[in-house]
Write a new protein. Structure first.
Length: 67
């Protein structure tokens, strides 16, 4: 006996590639904030290009997150 207003509506599953891109962007923003002082608020303009080592680390983290 489920009341319609209490039934959780399923959200459509995000595209796998979109999830990867969002995670990479978030991790890139965190990496960009590491060296900043002050409020550490990160804007998209402040993100920097990741080194190959950082890119590999991010890919490893994403793989673990998605498995």
């Amino acid at each position: 006996m489920n009341r319609p207003e209490l039934v959780r509506k399923e959200e459509p599953e995000k595209d796998h590639q979109k999830q990867l891109e969002e995670l990479k962007e978030s991790l890139a923003q965190i990496a960009a904030a590491r060296g900043e002082s002050g409020d550490r608020q990160v804007h998209k303009q402040q993100t920097r290009k990741l080194s190959p080592k950082e890119e590999q680390l991010i890919n490893d983290i994403i793989s673990q997150y998605l498995s």
